[in-house]
Ligand binder design. Structure first.
Ligand code: ADP
Length: 240
């Protein structure tokens, strides 16, 4: 693992994605209680922490899926928390890619149609979108799977299709929430290697929630969430 710094803010320079003192409660349940995280462009950050500590909520705030009750969320210097739903939805479609744990492929579509989906939603022509989608299958070890539907793919294959779909539109940021959580450890490691390699190739910034240390070890930096706040570690040492 390479680390760039001991704090939740790695450099004094510009950050692509930032949460500043973010608070969010679900009814009476506080999920985030002053969370700070700043991710540099091109950086791969793993968010670790116990179940229920606020990891997914933080990811959803950074990705413009949830709007915090207080604090600021920034993408490329823009206040995501101040955007309306339609502006956030466009931001997610045009600049972000997503990989979740389960159930993310559209079962009625073939694997290549699933991968092409973000391009089609972005207005690309069908033939061009499918050609671009197909180009991912070889590099992700999925050659021959283009025409299969999700029910005809193994868990690891389906996650690789989901990964291709998340990256095909060359997003600025890839948000991944337990992307290997439903896979056995060897398959999960393989998916993570592909994720990291593909992200580095295209300079994509990655924010990944995981409870698996081996997955987190692939990142440039690991941060820990506890009780809705972010702390950081370097080489196994916890610093608040
Ligand atoms: P983690 O990802 O670390 O497991 P979460 O961000 O999912 O944690 O959850 C943080 C806290 O918020 C937990 O107490 C959880 O039960 C609560 N929570 C998360 N999502 C919801 C929701 N949609 N409705 C109510 N409570 C929620």
């Amino acid at each position: 693992m390479s680390t760039r710094g001991a704090s939740a803010r790695p450099d004094a320079g510009d950050f692509l994605v930032e949460a500043r003192d973010v608070e969010l409660a679900f009814g009476q349940t506080p999920a985030l209680q002053g969370a700070d995280l700043a991710v540099a462009s091109g950086e791969i950050v793993a968010i670790m922490g116990p179940s229920g500590s606020g990891k997914s909520t933080l990811l959803h705030c950074l990705a413009g899926i949830l709007v915090p009750d207080a604090g600021e969320v920034l993408f490329d210097g823009r206040r995501v928390d101040r955007m309306g739903e339609s502006e956030r939805s466009l931001l997610r479609r045009d600049r972000f890619g997503f990989v979740f744990q389960f159930g993310q492929l559209v079962p009625e579509l073939t694997a290549e149609e699933n991968v092409a989906l973000p391009l089609l939603l972005g207005g690309a022509r069908r033939a061009a979108a499918l050609a671009e989608a197909r180009a991912w299958f070889g590099q992700l070890g999925l050659a021959g799977m283009e025409g299969r539907r999700s029910g005809e793919l193994s868990g690891g294959q389906a996650q690789r299709v989901a990964l291709a779909r998340a990256l095909v539109a060359r997003p600025a940021v890839l948000f991944a929430d337990e992307p290997t959580g439903s896979l056995d450890s060897l398959t999960g490691e393989n998916v993570m290697e592909l994720l990291v390699t593909a992200a580095r190739d295209q300079g994509t910034t990655v924010v990944i929630v995981t409870h698996e240390p081996r997955v987190a070890a692939c990142a440039d930096r690991e941060v820990f969430v506890r009780d809705g706040k972010v702390t950081s570690v370097t080489a196994g040492r916890i610093a608040s």
